[in-house]
Design a protein around this ligand. Sequence first.
Ligand code: SF4
Length: 211
Amino acid sequence: MLTAAKEKSIPIRIGVNSGSLEEDILEKHGYPTAEALFESAMRHVGICEEFGFNDVIISVKSTDVRLMIEAYRLVAERTDIPLHLGVTEAGPTKVGTIKSAVGIGTLLAEGIGDTIRVSLTDDPVKEIEVGKEILRSLSLASRNIELIACPTCGRLEVDLFGIMAQLEAKLEGIKKPVKIAVLGCVVNGPGEASEADIGIAAGKGVAILYR
Ligand code: SF4
């Protein structure tokens, strides 16, 4: 397989997973540790090297976010092999999105990682959407519309949830790198609103519009 991939210049991913480590490595380390994931990945890199194949990318995935972060950091520290980031079997949409954002996002923010995969127990289209948002949040992918809204509090004078729902519906399908901020009062709203491309700080019967 390596010979054929080399002939066709096809890269290969060495995908190590904390749930399927080799038995001898597992025995040596006791349980799946970052060092164990690193050792397994390097073993396979070694096999590739024996065949003169260097066009590899490594993943050291785990369902445990802290473990995958630690393992990827080790590989990044000790090699310059490209890395494919992911939290494996991250779970249903809500939990999986958060785990992926924390795991993948932490590493990307440190400059670690070359490709990513978000793995959710949901429609694969959602995985792409979440992946894109992770990249956008770190300015690693071009932005579409970015909506900023306050969490609401006792100062709120308008139906902010309703306004946001209407706005989201109206903006669906629009792909422009525009930052829109909607804030619920004229106390803290103006500062945030004035930094957006279009911002609104709503008050009692009035609103300040920034453009
Ligand atoms: S912007 Fe105003 S309403 Fe919104 S959370 Fe801040 S203080 Fe509360």
